[in-house]
Design a protein around this ligand. Structure first.
Ligand SMILES: C[S@@+](CC[C@H](N)C(=O)[O-])C[C@H]1O[C@@H](n2cnc3c(N)ncnc32)[C@H](O)[C@@H]1O
Length: 454
């Protein structure tokens, strides 16, 4: 699995006596299974759940990436995997054995892992457990995974891909976007996402695309097909770019050149939009409630050589020197993040309808606070990475009722490309994951641009 196995030669930069880590296929499978259990059972974010697995710290970077891929694929395809495995089960196994079965099936059906590795390492993972129930399940898991190797692809294909979505999401998206769109969204989010980069200087898009081995998308986001080792890519240490999905870049991209303007980024961390605002020429004030997350904004500013004034504060309570002081106020509000499922498959298991309900109250409060900061004639941009209309369209319609001194300013600056990325006849942007699918899709995002009366 790994190309990092020890050889006699010392690698460049070798400084200590600690041996270089070698590949650990069994440890990767244990981490993947524990990761899936942590997400489904404890509602942990996938990266947190993986890092809690006892084998994870000792894995090579490549094995960690493999563990994450197995776990993410399992979460993305859970209903299909459940069907492929479930028909061979006579009774429900203990949780770890079930997780090993599902992650083993994910390797066999979707990752083209050789049968001997997928089955052998899964069985070894169980045999190494301290729990006798897991060790005793090894024979059963071996037998079932061998059957899955034979018929699993066909069995899984009988289950519609949308069934992998939790029922509440499937229903709410069907109401909002229709059944056909939901199938396309569900297809798109089973795929591993590409790596999208926003540039400090958009005129250099072609140059960096060539150096990185990437393509330039319509709004000059640079897209590399696979994520890989980000810090090793050309331009990272020069601060020429930062990682940001094309959809997440749209709320600032619609604003164009901001030279000489003041901008307030109300929920700034980790800083993608703060960097865009600064790169577009604005004088930026960046707020975030989390001091810890704001450190990431500062790191990104330092790396890219851009500047913004960063303040750790509840944006709903913050008052500047005076009210109505900003040309641009951007509210990238905290939300359920259901638009980011292909990057964060855990969101399907960690979020529930009650979260959306409580988040909409936060969004309303922050929208009213944002309105207080906009200059007469200034612009308020509201966005969320949610596919829930309650966190997008409905928030704006309700805000406009409360603040008749604001009106919707239709998004026109993206032209034809805007339609392909979700600009609607109403003039707001409703990006859906299967848009730009010929280029690898995009995150789901909502954006509305409002103008305050003079
Ligand atoms: C969707 S993320 C923002 C992403 C960011 N705009 C970007 O482009 O990188 C939401 C952020 O809102 C912050 N947040 C949540 N509630 C807040 C509040 N009341 N005031 C300020 N920040 C808040 C969270 O800490 C989180 O960093």
């Amino acid at each position: 699995m790994s190309d990092e196995t020890r050889s006699g030669a010392k690698p460049a930069g070798y400084q200590g006596t600690k041996p270089k880590k070698s590949s650990d296929g069994r440890g990767a499978r244990i981490a993947a299974a524990r990761g899936v259990m942590g997400v489904i059972g404890q509602k942990l974010a996938l990266d947190v759940a993986l890092s809690k697995a006892h084998t994870y710290d000792d894995l090579t970077a490549r094995d960690r990436a493999f563990a994450r891929l197995i776990a993410a694929t399992t979460l993305r395809r859970l209903a299909q995997l459940d069907a492929a495995v479930g028909q061979h089960l006579s009774r429900q196994p203990a949780p770890f054995a079930m997780a090993v079965l599902l992650t083993g099936a994910a390797q066999l059906i979707y990752l083209d892992t050789p049968v001997h590795a997928a089955v052998g390492e899964s069985v070894a993972a169980l045999k190494s457990s301290k729990d006798r129930n897991d060790v005793n399940a090894a024979g059963m898991v071996n037998a079932i995974l061998r059957k899955v190797a034979d018929t699993g692809k066909a069995d899984a294909a009988k289950i519609p891909v949308a069934k992998n979505l939790p029922e509440w999401l499937r229903k709410s998206w069907t109401r909002a976007y229709g059944e056909e769109a939901v199938t396309k969204i569900a297809e798109q989010i089973t795929q591993s996402p590409p790596l999208d980069l926003s540039l400090r200087n958009k005129d250099e898009a072609e140059k960096w695309a060539e150096e990185i081995g990437a393509q330039v998308l319509p709004t000059r986001t640079v897209r590399k097909a696979d994520i890989g080792n980000i810090v090793g890519l050309p331009g990272f240490h020069d601060g020429a770019w930062w990682v940001q999905d094309i959809a997440a870049a749209l709320p600032v991209n619609i604003l164009g050149d901001l030279t000489g303007k003041t901008a307030l980024d109300m929920c700034a961390a980790p800083g993608g939009k703060t960097l865009q605002l600064a790169a577009a020429g604005a004088q930026v004030t960046a707020l975030d409630r989390s001091e810890h997350r704001l450190l990431k904004v500062k790191d990104n500013l330092e790396r890219t050589g851009l500047s913004a004034k960063c303040i750790a504060v509840d944006a709903g309570k913050w008052r500047g020197v005076r009210d109505h002081d900003f040309d641009i106020v951007l509210l990238d509000a905290p939300c359920s993040a259901t638009g980011t499922l292909r990057r964060r498959p855990d969101v399907a298991y960690t979020k529930a309808p009650k979260d959306v309900e409580s988040l909409t109250a936060v969004q309303d409060r922050l929208l009213l606070a944002a309105a207080r900061q906009v200059k007469p004639g200034g612009t308020l941009v509201y966005c969320t990475c949610s596919l829930q209309p309650a966190e997008g369209e409905q928030r704006i319609l309700s805000f406009l009722k409360m603040r008749p001194d604001f009106r919707l300013n239709p998004i026109l600056t993206l032209g034809k490309a805007g339609e392909a990325m979700g600009v609607t006849p109403q003039g707001w942007l409703r990006a859906l994951p299967h848009m730009l699918s010929d280029k690898g899709g995009m995150d789901g995002f909502f954006t509305a641009q409002l103008i305050r009366d003079v």
